[in-house]
Design a protein around this ligand. Structure first.
Ligand SMILES: Cc1cc2nc3c(=O)[nH]c(=O)nc-3n(C[C@H](O)[C@H](O)[C@H](O)COP(=O)(O)O)c2cc1C
Length: 142
């Protein structure tokens, strides 16, 4: 059985709602899931996982939330991502998704292989976003 960890930051619940959908979808794929708000997550949680999903909305001006998520992501710069499947997700509102493109590039520069493009959701996930969560979970678990 594969073990998943979902680490996210969310202020108004939209990214958390995506995390919840991914959790359900990963469980349906037969994975265990540990879902953690970023303040409660440690590198050990990631080391113990086969599947890593990281979530953060677009904040600032197309950047990660800078109080918790930004330092957590920075702490992954020397993380050993070998044999881990990794995916990114997050909610946004008025932007064009640039924060996610930058985040993808950054994770790849840290040695992570992403299973797909980051899942970006306009505000709260709707049916088509939930379908994308299922597709992402399938790629992560297989
Ligand atoms: C301070 C602040 C900065 C934001 N900056 C951006 C941005 O640069 N681009 C964008 O598309 N949305 C931006 N947003 C909108 C959020 O990404 C959006 O409301 C998102 O759904 C919040 O996710 P959450 O509910 O998980 O906290 C910003 C929101 C806030 C409060």
């Amino acid at each position: 059985m594969k073990n998943s960890v979902i680490v996210f930051w969310s202020a108004t619940g939209n990214t958390e709602a995506i995390a919840n959908e991914l959790e359900d979808a990963l469980i349906s794929e037969g994975s265990t899931v540990k879902k953690l708000f970023v303040d409660d997550a440690t590198l050990e949680d990631l080391e113990n996982a086969d599947i890593i999903a990281l979530g953060c909305p677009a904040m600032g001006a197309e950047i990660l939330e800078d109080g918790s998520m930004e330092p957590f992501v920075e702490s992954l710069s020397n993380f050993n991502f070998s044999n881990k499947k990794v995916a990114l997700f997050g909610s946004y509102d008025w932007g064009d998704g640039q924060w996610m493109k930058d985040w993808e590039e950054r994770m790849e520069s840290y040695g992570a292989t992403l299973v797909s493009e980051g899942l970006i959701v306009h505000l709260h996930p709707e049916d088509e976003d939930i379908q994308k969560c299922k597709e992402m979970a399938h790629k992560l678990a297989n």
